[in-house]
Write a protein that binds this ligand. Structure first.
Ligand code: URA
Length: 237
């Protein structure tokens, strides 16, 4: 990897800023000053120091996104804008991917990472990680729906969903919070369809211990805090 990329990815500064720092001779690789930003370093084998202090390369990235409607949860797509397209260039260098899929019109909490192990833990049905959504349907939200969701709903393809939880916030407006542990294709929409209702809005609010940061506007991202990451890593059961 190029030295300027190594330093930018390590949070030292922007590509432009680190290039200047390197050209000023402030960076050493294995004890020798290197002034060429394009100098190739090995992230794990070479020792890079800045003003004498070692920079340890962090190979993983964990990004929280407030997914907007209209973008797809994929890394690449021929026709549509993807969630990865919304990231800054330096973030894309880590090759993050979305942890699970939200539909094109679903908004809210989406984690992007290059840590396949953590992604697997969050998505594995065996780990029973709660995913909580705010949902609005096109009709009244009833206690019968609440009971059916708690029991498990048989979808049109014959699959019966694992027990979920529906909290009704406004029955007449058709609004509430649904928590499920699975992530089958269009699952929540199909659950309501089986009860003769259409989902008109769906926003994910939580995934395990991770909660959507209300300060993030649709399309905005931020890195996970150390605390959020530690809590997520404790999922293992
Ligand atoms: N269930 C759905 O139907 N869609 C989503 O995007 C997520 C869960």
């Amino acid at each position: 990897m190029r030295l300027d990329k190594f330093l930018a990815n390590s949070g030292v500064g922007s590509r432009k800023e680190v290039k200047q720092i390197i050209k000023k001779g402030k960076v050493c690789v294995n004890g020798k000053s290197v002034k060429n930003p394009q100098h190739i370093v090995h992230e794990m084998l070479d020792t890079v120091t800045l003003f004498g202090e070692q920079i340890v390369y962090e190979p993983w990235i964990y990004i929280m996104m407030n997914k907007p409607s209209g973008v797809i949860s994929a890394t690449k797509d021929q026709r549509n804008q993807t969630v990865v397209d919304l990231l800054e260039d330096w973030m894309r260098d880590y090759e993050p991917f979305p942890v699970g899929r939200l539909d094109k019109d679903t908004t809210g909490l989406l984690l992007l990472t290059n840590d396949g192990q953590l992604a697997h833990q969050l998505l594995s049905p065996k780990k029973h990680v709660d995913k909580k959504y705010w949902v609005k349907i096109d009709c009244e939200m009833s206690e019968a729906m609440q009971e059916a969701i708690a029991q498990g709903i048989t979808l049109e393809d014959g699959y019966t969903t694992k027990p979920g939880r529906l909290e009704i916030s406004s029955a007449l407006a058709g609004e509430g919070y649904i928590t499920i542990q699975e992530g089958k294709f269009h699952q929540i929409k199909r659950m309501f369809q089986s009860m003769q209702a259409q989902v008109v809005q769906l926003k994910r609010l939580e995934m395990g211990t991770l909660k959507l940061d209300n300060n993030l506007k649709p399309g905005e991202v931020r890195l996970l805090t150390k605390k959020e990451l530690e809590q997520l890593r404790h999922i293992k059961k």
